[in-house]
Design a protein around this ligand. Sequence first.
Ligand code: RM4
Ligand code: MN
Ligand code: MN
Length: 396
Amino acid sequence: MNAGTSDKIFAALDTFRIELPSWGFANTGTRFGKFIQPAAATTTEEKFSDAGQVHLLTGVCPTVALHVLWDCPEGVQSTDDIKKFADKYGVAPGSINPNLFQDQEYKYGSFGNPEPSIRERALRHTRDSIEIARRLHSRDISLWFADGSNYPGTANIRQRKEWFQEALQKSHAELSSDQRMLVEYKPFEPAFYHTDIADWGMAMLLARAAGPQAKVLVDTGHHYAAQNIEQIVAWLLSEDMPGGFHFNDRRYADDDLTIGSIDPYQVFRIFHEIRYFEWETSKPADIAYMVDQSHNLKGKIEAMIQTVVMAQQLFAKAALVDEKNLAAAQESCALVAAESVLQDAFATDVRPAIQEWRDSKGLPKDPMEAFRQSGYLERITKDRAARNSHSITSYA
Ligand code: RM4
Ligand code: MN
Ligand code: MN
């Protein structure tokens, strides 16, 4: 590898940060069963401790996303504790995720519920979440809705769109000037006939209607199979609308598998579209990279380290795309040449350069090995096993 190539990788890695989800460290499962891991985190403090460990070894995960219902049991009052955990474990609170899907009241929806008092309750929870974010100096409030219906004719789709618009506008009005609201979409699950915010176009229209600080969040698992996600990203970039990513991989539905485990080329293509936009416009894209994965069978901390390492590799590969050559090849319709620019970058083994980069930052060259050597897993397994054997809760 020549010096120019490793310089490009170093420069790219210097800018790359990815947020960990608190819920990725907790016990989880499928609708058929929960598999309890003795080392799983059951408290917010333990989630901070585990996220802190991943950041300590990788150096690129300074923030942890919080789910309000699962991580802030006392609501706004929980923020004092959370600040303490952040100081103690060396990771700051990141995006704040209101929970508008779990309470019994939300059986028929939250912002889209026909009952005004439930829409009001959902708005109150969103307001509280914005206040939590303000107290924690978190910039992003990340909104995902389970709202939808299971059978044709059972919901007034247009009316619900109006309700969503109204509630999102009211939520936007609560934001401080430095905060953002991210609107996530998902085509199905838990609703199986219609989902109120089913795709990027719906999310974008609603975000636009809500106000200038509202942007779209792309969860890579929230598309129909075969959807061209990087095209969505390119369109959002050209509309100044991407706000963040929830990364995970999938084979069938919203599988929440490890990034790059099924289709690493897709993640590379997404990163490439973002970098190509930055190269062409000389503007940094203001996008938060976040992980949204829950690992049922893999060890949770190992899975997160594996995720971060893979994300860095794919980002570094995307940094090797020769934009000038690509633009020229596109311009002259040199199809094979253009495609090869991407393929050459993707085929480069960036791992040695990434190891050097870690070394230059005083980080372990191999974070997974360092984790296995650290004794952390043995320690938490001992501390947590007894409690976990009685616990069957997921996420929280
Ligand atoms: C949803 C969506 C949200 C996440 C929840 C747990 O499918 O991806 O972002 O907060 O799952
Ligand atoms: Mn998500
Ligand atoms: Mn999801």
